[in-house]
Design a protein around this ligand. Structure first.
Ligand SMILES: NC(=O)c1ccc[n+]([C@@H]2O[C@H](COP(=O)([O-])OP(=O)(O)OC[C@H]3O[C@@H](n4cnc5c(N)ncnc54)[C@H](OP(=O)(O)O)[C@@H]3O)[C@@H](O)[C@H]2O)c1
Length: 273
């Protein structure tokens, strides 16, 4: 990692920040990104105070022109880009029939379009450096999940993107990766959307939560080993296996738990104070 330049989208807090910290602690020079410039600067300052090399570039990566500026400014400041972690993403918990079109659009933009825009800008440089392009997906990207239908389908689109680009860039030396991460212990600042597009605290869900630093270490190991696909957590690996070979079983298990899922994911919403 020493001397490599890594750009991590959506990294002022949450999983992105910890992936950036893990990369920087192994010697990478990291570019942090988020929309809120003040909070982003605070994160960059905290990194530098602990001896890590970090720059902050505020940009809303759901806008193609800002995604382009983010990559351009990274190259202007460092002269190279070796690793792109397309991390930005957020979730929507709600019943499909109740979901507002605007909320749908926001989920598709932040989970999918942002990944397209930033990676399109960076991919030639990443190929030239024989670097890494890693998409952060979710266990919800392995099999469609009830009350997470928009998020699940946006994350599944990332699978097709990673598969396509892996073939398209074959022979260039670029490492293409996709990480299917499990539910993590939420950053206190984390908010998600409900069907109306309102900000809510993330529902607890039904899975055991992974600590964020553990998730970040796995993503960075995946980059170091230049692994294509990494499914996190034992339940994730089981889901991956069962979704491929016994999809009917996964559907059955989800249907059986539907009332419990509905209660946890929809009825117990806590709104932003
Ligand atoms: N948390 C989980 O349990 C979990 C589970 C599976 C997969 N994942 C995936 O892991 C990734 C990270 O999740 P997370 O929970 O860490 O997310 P998060 O806490 O909601 O991430 C927030 C970060 O993204 C930035 N951000 C949001 N919208 C942005 C935009 N349009 N442009 C640039 N930056 C933006 C935020 O800063 P600003 O608000 O200032 O922009 C902040 O830095 C996502 O792809 C998510 O789907 C998460």
């Amino acid at each position: 990692m020493k001397g490599k330049v890594a750009l991590i989208t959506g990294s002022s807090y949450g999983i992105g920040r910890e992936i950036a910290r893990e990369l920087a602690s192994r010697g990478a020079r990291v570019v942090l990104n988020a929309r809120n410039a003040q909070r982003l600067q605070q994160t960059a300052i905290a990194f530098r105070e602990s001896g890590l090399e970090a720059e902050a570039i505020a940009a809303d990566v759901t806008r193609p022109e800002e995604a382009a500026r983010l990559v351009r400014e990274t190259l202007e400041r460092f002269g190279r880009l070796d690793i792109l972690v397309s991390n930005v993403g957020t979730n929507l918990f709600g019943e499909f029939a109740e979901t507002e079109a605007e909320a749908m659009r926001r989920i598709v933009e932040v989970n999918y379009l942002a990944a397209l825009y930033v990676s399109r800008e960076a991919i030639k440089e990443l190929m030239a450096r024989k670097g890494s392009l890693v998409f952060i997906s979710s266990l919800a990207g392995l099999h469609g999940l009830p009350y997470l239908s928009i998020y699940s389908s946006a994350k599944m689109a990332l699978t097709a993107l990673a598969q396509s680009l892996r073939i398209e860039t074959h022979g260039s030396g670029l490492h293409l990766g996709i990480a299917y991460i499990g539910a993590t212990k939420a950053d206190p600042e984390k908010r998600v959307l409900n069907a109306k597009g309102e900000l809510i605290r993330r529902p607890e869900g039904v899975l055991k939560l992974e600590p964020i630093p553990e998730v970040a270490r796995k993503v960075v190991r995946q980059i170091e080993r230049r692994q294509y696909k990494l499914v996190h957590t034992p339940i994730g690996k089981l889901n991956d296996f069962a979704s491929r070979y016994f999809p009917g079983l996964v559907s059955w298990a989800l249907r059986r738990n539907l009332p419990k899922l509905r209660k946890r994911m929809i009825e117990e919403h806590v709104y932003e104070e």
